[in-house]
Design a protein around this ligand. Sequence first.
Ligand SMILES: N[C@@H](CCC(=O)N[C@@H](CS)C(=O)NCC(=O)O)C(=O)O
Length: 224
Amino acid sequence: MPIDIYMFKVSPPCRAVLMTALEINVKLNEKLIDPSKGELLSPDFVKLNPTHAVPAIDDNGFVMWESRAIMQFLCNKYAPDSTLYPKDAKLRAQVDMWLNMDISLYIKIRQTLVTGYYGMPVKPEDEKQLWANIKLIDQLIGNRQYLVGDRLTIADLSLLATSAGTTLLDQDLTEYPHFKQWSDGLAQSLPYYQEINIVAPEVRQQFINNMKAYMSKMKEMMNK
Ligand SMILES: N[C@@H](CCC(=O)N[C@@H](CS)C(=O)NCC(=O)O)C(=O)O
């Protein structure tokens, strides 16, 4: 039986898992969740994932969430010899290190760019930290083609999905040339990049409008 993935397409962590599954030929059955309809908080979904976030997977009764842990699980279970999540302890540690750094970046993006898009107030200090974080990542990437060693790993896929979200939200990364060169290089070389990561502008705008409306409805309800 295929593995169910609960997801929505504009979500960076969902896209990271989708790219991982494609790389290791694991079939995922997409169960689409609409956050603007409150589906993340529906009793059925919360029962499945009490943290009410996507992605979550159900691998024939084994349920888990947290995209990076899902990517590690899929590699461990279905492609243990794949270089996507290398077995060598030091290479694996470096992959894990990047995955953890990517979590901080993703959180900053949510607190700033995404929050702004949904019409909610953004703290200037969060915005400052976001760009400081991107600057640091830019320096750490340097001239690398891949984040770890000389091959694609899940660290690349996770950060790529996160940064595709960044460009998706109209940010100009020209001031971060290494980051841009690395992500453009992967975007060009991965055959599934466009299909997974690029959402048509009108679909994206509709998603943002729906989320804005949902957020303001929730705010009103909380203020009552
Ligand atoms: N650390 C989590 C973050 C997941 C996450 O924040 N997902 C967003 C969509 S991009 C979500 O479902 N948010 C709803 C919520 O947190 O209530 C992961 O990597 O899976």
